[in-house]
Design a protein around this ligand. Structure first.
Ligand SMILES: *Cc1c(COP(=O)(O)O)cnc(C)c1O
Length: 352
């Protein structure tokens, strides 16, 4: 069945081992983030077999899929109050920034007879999740210490996701300072979760203070890429995910449209360059399944022109291959496309 997504478990396992070793050299442990592949337990197992002992996902349903895997499970999106019970059931640790939600977790854990670990998030400038009022954060930490079914496990931050604010030594020092302030309310030495794949470069530069012991890594492992300068890490694979799509139309067509051109729902009209007649292919896959901007054809003679919901339009004029209807075109996926492909029920997933 096409379209299909081929997933190389050996490449993912290799990358996970490389990242684990690099991080270990800097005394950092990895929480392997599984949301890109919707918590598929077979893929998550590659992380575990590479020595990663903590897994994190933004969605409780994905954590539920990984119930059987021997790892500490982290819920990494600020939880909904309405999912408190399921979150406590399937996660050991969760990231928080609202005391009302922490109260709901305490009540849910009491009913389930569990003790749940809380990491408080500090917003260090990205303006996504976390406290900007650090005195309030310390007050909330104190409140957690008084509760019976939740325990304060540590502090965390997330950068370079919403505003692309980058981690640096000053921000890491601020996090360490906050960890010291909440330490009296923790049962053990507080965990400091220093960020995502955007913090890898800072680590490689030796600029993460020794107190920071964990990073939450998804893209870095799956694509061998750090997220500050988007450079590829040495000795990693960048093509663990391959999309195969079938050609449903193959014709020579003009490169500019004819007729009166309107605009999209946002009022923007497309623009075109006249290159004369070109050989075009349409593949049966679209924005519902992938993001055309994050799709790299393996054949360098193929160019992605764009996509609508269900049609991927390609210029194949420069290819040396004789593509025809019914043929298959291969693409390497980067993060956003892989995420969508995993989420689309129309794409069959094959782990090789
Ligand atoms: C997605 C996410 C991560 C992982 O980010 P990568 O860039 O893929 O490493 C880490 N932390 C949080 C809170 C996230 O939402």
């Amino acid at each position: 069945m096409f379209p299909r997504l081929l997933i190389s478990s050996s490449k993912i396992m290799h990358n996970a081992s490389v990242l684990r070793d690099i991080c270990a050299q800097h005394d950092i442990r990895i929480t392997g983030i599984t949301k890109c592949f919707c918590g598929d337990p077979q893929i998550a197992r590659c992380f575990i077999e590479s020595g990663i002992t903590m897994l994190g996902d933004s969605r409780v349903q994905n954590l539920q899929r990984m119930t059987e895997l021997p790892a500490q499970k982290w819920l990494i999106r600020i939880p909904m109050i309405s999912e408190a019970t399921e979150a406590v059931q399937f996660a050991d640790v969760s990231l928080h920034s609202e005391s009302a939600t922490i109260d709901a977790f305490d009540r849910a854990a009491a009913i389930l007879g569990k003790k749940h670990k809380i990491i408080l998030m500090a917003d260090l400038g990205d303006i996504r999740e976390g406290y900007v009022d650090y005195d309030r954060l310390v007050d909330v930490a104190k409140g957690i210490a008084a509760k019976k079914h939740v325990e304060l496990y540590g502090i965390g931050t997330n950068l370079t996701c919403f505003s692309y604010v980058q981690p640096d030594s000053e921000k890491m020092a601020e996090l360490v300072w906050l960890a010291k302030r909440i330490a009296p309310y923790c049962e053990n030495e507080p965990i400091i979760s220093g960020g995502n794949s955007a913090t890898i470069q800072l680590m490689l530069d030796g600029k993460i203070p020794p107190e920071v012991q964990t990073l939450r890594l998804g893209e870095g492992i799956l694509f061998g890429r750090e997220r500050t300068g988007y450079t590829y890490l040495p000795n990693t694979f960048h093509d663990a995910f391959t999309l195969q799509a079938e050609i449903v139309e193959c014709k020579e067509k003009p490169s500019i449209p004819w007729g009166r051109v309107g605009h999209n729902a946002k009022g923007v009209s497309p623009s075109f360059v006249d290159k004369g007649n070109r050989l075009k292919a349409i593949c049966a896959v679209g924005k519902q399944d992938i993001d055309p901007d994050y799709l790299v054809p393996l054949d360098r003679g193929v160019q992605v022109l764009g996509a609508s919901g269900d049609h991927l339009v390609l210029d194949i004029t420069d290819s040396t291959q004789a593509y025809q209807v019914g043929g298959i075109i291969d693409f390497t996926l980067t993060y956003t496309s892989a995420l969508r492909a995993f989420t689309s029920p129309y794409i069959s997933k094959i782990i090789i």
